[in-house]
Ligand binder design. Structure first.
Ligand code: SF4
Length: 675
């Protein structure tokens, strides 16, 4: 056993340092097993993929060896909220318990930090979005004088959806960089400087891939200096990565450029170039493209295999793209002629060339290994995306040269010296974790699965109603609502309903309100519906449950709540899932992935749709039991689970809960849980 492994073993022992760092700490085989595997990977270098079931305590399992190793560490997690939790709670607690003199830093994308320059401009902005904005702006201004980090997440009560946020934060396009009068106290720069000087840096996956795509956030300098990289919540890596590694061109982006061009041109070089004419050409090209797309329903995704998206006239579409490219080139030429007059022109010139290159890219055939489509809303968004991140991970991430802890460059011939740890509670539904490793290009990684320490047979029960409308039956959502409302009435709320679509979310939310309104006021559960309040508020309200003498809560939610909802204890005792979460077959990315598998002679349903559904189902089910003392019932209102052969594979992916075979058993289980 190496010195690091011994240190890790000691730390996780019953009377080790961790018993002083964590409340209710007790030695857990799975947690120590994972920590030792991480320690070995850190010492030998290489790639380790660990699926650690709920309750293993995976955060400590990677943090302890990473911190004890003395190496420079980069930790990436899925969301800003998880970053805050890691940086504000787990990391300081451990650093203190281990008594290590480590500098830690938190680095987010620039949209998280208040931009002091734009905050100054916002006060004079005549187009402030709504009436409450001035009050919010005053609050931000006051807070900005005392904040050290400038991280807007620290401002209590600020709605993360506030339309004011884009006005007081910067983008790569509007940041003035070194020319900015606020450059020295700038929070974005400060966060980057601190990250570069720290021993442990906490980032998020968006930032990681954004930097890989545009090398703007400071990660390009940071990554080569770290020896240990940990991706927590790694199950989100592929979908986050493809968003950033692709190419996008939006008509909104084109119009933003036109507006910035006119403002800068008239301010710094009026009369030297005909700005109105060049701006009009850019705007006209965006309008033309929108016109060629014709009438489409908002939210449509137009497939795009040949020269133009489906059902659109190819010649007109190509003509509009050519016109757009020329308009950007003409703007770039005008900007080039005045570039010495203002740094704004230099950056606008870069933007014009970049936009021209994108228009040219979309006029040419789609790159092999990628898929194209158009998102339709009030604007058009042209999208080209790789099908996965495998190639980028292999060629641009894992092959990076590492530096050793004494700052010498190590020519490791690839991934040798650097340690890469990927972990999550859900990384697949079979022993090789292929669902995760294949799209992430980690086929050669060492794989470890650590089972949850929970006693699911005792703590949880699964009920799949045998008589229920089929998932495509128009009455399905209403029946889900009836079942969930009846159960929530018995439990006094304490119910999470997870839906596969936004339409079902609304139908079920409305129907549950109607059902539960009939109950007497003191025990009537409150129905919360995703989208009606900010996510953070919904989560807090739900966790409070019936503590304030009111009935408990019912939350009807979709999308991110399947995996990001954590309500331990009695506030959650019932999870209802409306349908099996298969990927939508008409989504262009899903379709292209399926076609690629078929072309390889593989089975798209068995090798893609089914594992996707299994992983999503596992995540949804994982909301129910969060602690060893939790008890609850999971209901899946989809009879395919018991009627179709593939249901067996999906059931096997779920934790080993006891089964409730009849409505009577279900009622008895609810009665046993009822307060
Ligand atoms: S340098 Fe950029 S981000 Fe920083 S204050 Fe200036 S404009 Fe804002």
């Amino acid at each position: 056993m190496t010195a690091l492994e011994q240190q890790v073993r000691d730390a996780f022992a019953q009377d080790g340092v961790l018993s002083r760092a964590a409340e209710h700490f007790r030695e857990r085989t799975g947690q120590t097993e994972m920590a030792l595997a991480v320690a070995r990977t850190i010492e030998d270098g290489g790639v380790l993929v660990v699926e650690a079931g709920t309750g293993v305590g995976k955060t400590f399992s990677y943090l302890v060896p990473a911190l004890l190793s003395g190496e420079r560490v980069l930790l990436s997690t899925a969301t800003k909220a998880l970053q805050d939790q890691l940086f504000g709670r787990d990391l300081p607690r451990l650093v203190e318990a281990l008594g290590l003199p480590l500098r830690t830093a938190l680095l987010k994308g620039r949209a998280s930090y208040v931009c002091l320059h734009r905050l100054g401009l916002a006060r004079h902005d005549a187009s402030l979005p709504e009436r409450g904005s001035l009050r919010t702006l005053a609050k931000i201004e006051q807070w900005s004088t005392s904040t050290r980090t400038g991280d807007l997440a620290e401002l209590p009560g600020l709605d993360e959806r506030s339309p004011l946020i884009p006005l007081v934060t910067s983008t790569r396009d509007n940041c003035l960089g070194a020319q900015c009068p606020q450059f020295k106290p700038c929070h974005v720069n400060l966060a980057r400087r601190e990250a570069l000087a720290a021993d442990v840096v906490v980032i998020n996956h968006h930032l990681f891939f954004a930097d890989l795509a545009v090398r703007e956030t400071g990660m390009a300098e940071l990554l080569p200096t770290v020896r240990v990289v940990v991706f927590d919540e790694a199950h989100q890596l592929n979908e986050t990565g493809v968003q950033f590694l692709g190419v996008q061109l939006g008509t909104g982006q084109v119009l933003d450029f036109a507006r910035d061009l006119l403002a800068a041109g008239l301010q710094h070089a009026r009369g030297l170039v005909d700005w109105h004419q060049r701006v009009a050409a850019v705007e006209r090209s965006a309008r033309e493209l929108r016109l060629v797309a014709g009438k489409q329903w908002a939210g449509a995704k137009l497939r795009w295999f040949g020269a133009a998206p489906e059902n659109l006239p190819a010649a007109l579409w190509q003509g509009a793209l050519d016109e757009m490219q020329s308009a950007f080139e003409s703007a770039a030429e005008g900007l080039d002629s005045v570039s010495e007059l203002s740094p704004d022109f230099v950056r606008l010139h870069e933007r014009a060339l970049q936009l021209a290159a994108r228009a040219a890219r979309f006029a040419a055939p789609c790159e092999s290994g990628c898929v194209r489509w158009v998102d339709v809303g009030t604007q058009l968004r042209l999208m080209e995306s790789p099908l996965d991140i495998a190639e980028a991970m292999r060629t641009r991430v894992l092959k990076l040269r590492a530096a050793s802890s004494d700052d010498r460059d190590v020519d490791d011939g690839g991934e040798g010296a650097r340690a890469w740890i990927f972990t999550s509670a859900t990384l697949g539904d079979e022993p090789t974790l292929r669902w995760f490793t294949e799209p992430c290009g980690l086929g050669d990684a060492e794989v470890l699965r650590v089972q949850s320490p929970f006693d699911y047979a005792q703590q949880a029960a699964l009920y799949v109603p045998r008589v229920f409308p089929k998932p495509n039956d128009p009455s399905h959502s209403v029946q889900v609502a009836a079942l969930a409302a009846r159960a929530a009435g018995v439990l006094g709320g304490r119910t999470l309903v997870l839906t596969t679509t936004l339409r079902a979310l609304r139908t079920i939310g409305d129907a549950m309100r109607q059902h539960l309104e009939r109950l007497d006021a003191p025990r009537r559960p409150e129905v919360l519906v995703q989208g009606e309040l900010p996510k953070r508020v919904l989560m807090d309200r739900f966790r409070e449950g019936d503590s304030a003498g009111r009935g408990g809560c019912v939350l009807v939610a979709s999308a991110t709540f399947w995996e990001g909802f954590d309500a331990p204890g009695d506030s959650l005792q019932l999870v209802v899932i409306d349908k099996l979460p298969f990927p939508p077959p008409n989504d262009p990315l899903v379709e292209a992935r399926s076609q690629r598998l078929e072309a390889q002679g593989r089975n798209a349903f068995g090798d893609y749709s089914l594992p996707e559904a299994a992983v999503a189902l596992k995540q949804g089910a994982g909301r129910l039991i969060r602690r060893e003392s939790d008890q609850g019932v999971l209901v899946i209102c989809d009879t395919r689970l018991v009627a179709m052969g593939y249901g067996r594979r999906l059931l096997a992916a779920l934790p080993p809960m006891r089964r409730l075979d009849s409505e009577a058993d279900f009622d008895a289980a609810l009665a046993a849980l009822a307060p």
